[in-house]
Design a protein around this ligand. Structure first.
Ligand code: ADP
Ligand code: RBF
Ligand code: MG
Length: 208
C-alpha cells in the first residue's frame, strides 16, 4: 500500500485546502485511485531515452487561466516547438529544467537571475479539466520572476514523466496535484543523474 492522499496532503502548505477529516473527495474513480498512490520521485536514477527532450520557442499568450484560476502561471510554448516531443511521448505532466532568454539582439526587462536555468514542471496535453480543443505545452518555472516574459525565448530540457493528465471534477483537486507535481519534480531533479543545469543546450547569458 502506498502513501495515502491524506498523508501526502499533510505536507501541503496551510493555504491549500485539505480533505475534511480524511473523507474522500467526489472525484472520478480513476483519478482518485491514481492520486492516492503518488510516488514522491518519478523516473529511473538517470534519464533514459527519449530523454532528454529539448524544446525551444517564443512564449505565447494563452487564456490567462494559469495564474488567475490555478495560482500557477504557465508559459505557453508555440505549436511549432511541439512535434518532436509529441512524437516521442504521450500527453502528461513532465519535469526538467527551463531557461528564459531575451530574443536575439533585444534587451531584457528581467533581472539577471531570471535568466538562469530553473527547475520546471510541464503539462503537455489537452487539459481535459478545461476541455481544450488544442494540444498545448505549458511550463511552470519554479522561480519567482520579476515580471512576465511573453515574447521571450524559452528553452526547456525535459528529463522525465510524472503522471498522466487527469480530468478533475474540482479546481482545488487540480491545484493540489500541481503542488505535489512540483515537489515530485524537485525531489527527482536533485538526484545526481539529473544534473543538467550546465548542459550546453542552455545559454550562459546570465553569466555574460
Ligand atoms: P497564459 O494563459 O497567457 O499562459 P498564465 O496565467 O498561464 O497565462 O501566465 C503565464 C505567464 O506568466 C507566462 O507567459 C509568463 O510571462 C508569466 N510568468 C511569471 N512567472 C512565471 C513562472 N514562474 N512560470 C511560468 N510563467 C510565468
Ligand atoms: N490540466 C488538466 O486538465 N489535467 C491535468 O492533469 C493537469 N495537470 C497539470 C500539471 C501541471 C504541473 C501544470 C502546470 C498544469 C496542469 N494542467 C492540467 C493544465 C492546466 O489545466 C493549465 O495550466 C491551465 O489550463 C492553464 O493554462
Ligand atoms: Mg499559461
Amino acid at each position: 500500500m502506498g502513501q495515502t492522499l491524506s498523508a501526502l496532503c499533510s505536507n501541503m502548505p496551510a493555504t491549500h485546502p485539505h480533505l475534511p477529516n480524511g473523507l474522500p473527495r467526489p472525484v472520478q474513480l480513476q483519478t482518485q485511485s491514481f492520486r492516492a498512490n503518488r510516488p514522491s520521485i518519478a523516473g529511473p536514477d538517470t534519464p533514459e531515452p527519449p530523454y532528454p527532450i529539448l524544446l525551444e520557442g517564443v512564449v505565447q499568450h494563452g487564456f490567462g487561466r494559469g495564474s488567475k484560476d490555478l495560482g500557477c502561471p504557465t508559459a505557453n510554448l508555440p505549436d511549432e516547438s511541439l512535434p518532436d516531443m509529441v512524437a516521442a511521448v504521450k500527453p502528461g505532466v513532465y519535469y526538467g529544467y527551463a531557461q528564459v532568454l531575451p530574443l536575439e539582439g533585444q534587451k531584457s526587462r528581467l533581472r539577471p537571475e531570471d535568466h538562469q536555468v530553473w527547475p520546471m514542471v510541464m503539462s503537455l496535453g489537452w487539459n481535459p479539466f478545461y476541455k481544450n480543443e488544442r494540444m498545448t505545452a505549458e511550463i511552470h518555472v519554479m522561480h519567482e520572476f520579476s515580471d512576465d516574459f511573453y515574447g521571450y525565448n524559452m528553452r526547456a530540457l525535459v528529463l522525465g514523466y510524472i503522471r498522466p493528465e487527469l480530468d478533475y471534477t474540482s479546481r482545488e483537486a487540480l491545484i493540489e496535484d500541481i503542488e505535489i507535481d512540483k515537489k515530485v519534480a524537485l525531489a527527482s531533479l536533485v538526484r545526481p543523474g539529473y544534473k543538467y543545469t550546465s548542459d550546453p543546450f542552455f545559454s550562459n547569458h546570465d553569466k555574460a
